[in-house]
Design a protein around this ligand. Sequence first.
Ligand code: LLP
Length: 417
Amino acid sequence: MSAGFSRTDGLLRCDGVALGELAERFGTPLYVYSAASVEAAYRAYDAAFAAVPHRICYALKANSNGALLRRLAAWGAGADIVSGGELAAALRAGFPAERIVFSGVGKTDAELQAGLDAGIGEFNAESEEEIRRLSALARRAGRVAHVTLRVNPDIDPRSHPYISTGLRENKFGVDLALAPELLRRARALPGIEVAGVQCHIGSQMTDLEPVAAAARAVAALSRELLAEGFALRSIDLGGGLGIDYTGEGAPDPRALAARVLPALEGLPRKLLLMLEPGRSLVAAAGTLLARVLYVKENRGKRFVILDAGMNDLLRPSLYEAFHRIEPVVERGRPRAEVDVVGPVCETGDFFARSREMEAVEPGDLVAVRDTGAYGFSMASNYNLRPRPAEVLVEAGVARLARRRETLADLLAAEVDG
Ligand code: LLP
């Protein structure tokens, strides 16, 4: 049986554990993760790139639950972080500092300093100004910062516009053509060592041609820099591999390697290939479990109202993202077209619109699938709703990985104004 979620005897389970039991034990809404599924995804990446020196730096933004992070760190993954908060979470989970890369277009001085203090492996710089700030801070601290420059190759990832990052009009990276000049200046700065070039052109990419084109562009630039005497030690191709949300199929790490590795031919063998996958490691490993509160009809339209809302899972509202939604217990009821919505006071608070699914009734449990990535990590307290609990299932045992927030948590940071 493959790791993760599957149905036996009509019951949806996570690695053998019936989701209904988890709802009883931990309440709803509830995020449920399969450790085995994350491990299988990580190992698939590791195996796919075994032909070259590589490091899989998990992008914490997809899901920064400590239980998952500790396991990824133990399996040998590196970490791709974008904030001081993620730096703290990565260090706490046991990622060795030298396996941490710091990405992000707007790092503050305090965040750069924290990265320097921790001795992280690389800063993925996004502008010359950032490298200058880093140089000043590194010099003051008597440290050397290894910098990889994020370039913007102006390639369309053919994904949702909100998660496209590699086009000229996006705020990310620096113009590919200007990179050599910029790096010549950067190399002369005190406290800076140019370690390599990085790019990340988008997320949920299922067409690998743009990824291959970006890899070719970054490889060509790396060759040029090496020929000029830059002592590059890595090449970072970012994350972005899509997953199969709809059941129509999606490429896997092996397919990615088949497109990317040929682009790197001719580069020195010792160059470390870095990847920054987030979604493709954890999305399929997670399900959001929710209970049906009400089913109501409005002028012939049927609404299924869940106890989970857009504050718990924002992707459908923000990107019109598709997530499979299934009753946890299949009862063979007739199918019907419904809108699956949450309790939040927004028309945009929906999980699916005009979706055909088996009829459900108040009290039934439903599973919103493939929500291990950008689910909890994008959750908020909108409508003063406590964020859900998270549970990790490992070897048939379910453990709480983050308790449900309480009303006291929601108000804890307020001061008398
Ligand atoms: N590296 C960098 C520099 C990134 O900006 C990202 C994602 C990743 C790696 C990881 O990408 P992944 O492998 O997960 O595609 N909230 C959106 C996705 C935003 C992705 C932002 N950057 C969603 O729910 O679809």
